[in-house]
Design a protein around this ligand. Sequence first.
Ligand SMILES: Cc1cc2nc3c(=O)[nH]c(=O)nc-3n(C[C@H](O)[C@H](O)[C@H](O)COP(=O)(O)O)c2cc1C
Length: 418
Amino acid sequence: MKLGAFLWATGHHIAAWRHPHAHVTAGIDINHYIQLARTAEAAKFDLLFCEDAAGLREANVGIASQTSRSIGFEPISLLSALAVQTSRIGLVSTASTSYNEPYGLARTFLSLDHLSGGRAGWNLVTSASHIEAANFGATGLRPHADRYERAREFAEVVTGLWRDTPGQASGSGHDGQSFSVRDPLDLPPSPQGAPVMVQAGASDVGRDLAARTADVVFTAAQTFEEAKAFYDDLKGRLAAYGREPDDIKIMPGVAPVVAATEAEAQAKYEELQELIPDDVGVALLSSYLSISDLGRYPIDGPLPELPESEGMKSRQALVIEQSRRDNLSIRQLARHFAGARGHWRIVGTPVQIADELQARFEGGAADGFNVMPSYFPGELDAFAALVVPELQRRGLFRTDYEGHTLREHLGLKRPAWT
Ligand SMILES: Cc1cc2nc3c(=O)[nH]c(=O)nc-3n(C[C@H](O)[C@H](O)[C@H](O)COP(=O)(O)O)c2cc1C
């Protein structure tokens, strides 16, 4: 079983910053992140994962300032600092294909790869936020299909640059629809062949791009059936690109709340849920549904009919599906999504959590999980101290690193060209 530690300022629960044990300025405290990285590495996690959006996550500054994610470092800079404070754990950062150029990103990730001894990964996202678009001179989001077409060419150029480093250069360059690149990078080839390619989009076109380019896929799935359907669909797409099912590791997000007893875990979860202001919960839900203001509908009424999003298609579908399946009001949905943003949540004892993870892993619905602690450092500490040993006892998780590079941890082949 593969495990990622998904870092995020004060925590993944939207009200984490209000928790009595939260570290409110965690987002800009390097010592806080060093401590988290060391905890995850001591627990033998495969990787640290950082999300990103170059802008506020919420449309309204008043709302943004009441969430656990309003301040934080640019993640590649953060991971570069963590690279020298750790020695084995993988370092995966998100970076957008919509607001970068491939030459620059290829160079940045290959640099991170060299300075960490082959531990870098790039989480390719197309960026679905209007707020982010406005910070890059755009008046709105480009259509979903256009963003993915640019992402496809972007990934092709980046992998070409990682392949054609000096000494190996074919000298072909790239002259395409969106990008033109003349020379190879000013760096030698990656210690792990190429940085690991990660992807988090889950729409039809997103899945195709992942099948073509990704080594790891992060996804959000609530039920076993959803996770299994996604897993089978994505693995099934690989053959079309001459790849094998094991060439991609699928790691859905999971937000555990763990304690020695079930009652204690439930109380911990309820304590966080009580801290969510309604307007913050509803604003968060609006952003995942790509609608400007859900606040104008009655909070105890059902979700209105919504047009299909040009933002996060897969996440919008997931929210709508859950609202219909469980017959939830806007308030109930908002509270539900504030905890883990649509990811799978498990509240329970170490044995209960290990049982659930084992069932999805052995049931062919996941190769591992991207762990999203509700608040830091408390919930990461609890997962490392209570759940990891239980997984190790069951022979599901390593007791020590087998290799040195991220590719080795994940059991991924080096690219064919190395
Ligand atoms: C686990 C996970 C992490 C993600 N992290 C980011 C992120 O850091 N930044 C971002 O812009 N989008 C992130 N996304 C969103 C996706 O990359 C993608 O943009 C979105 O799902 C829209 O693509 P889709 O319509 O193909 O699903 C993440 C999605 C998932 C499932």
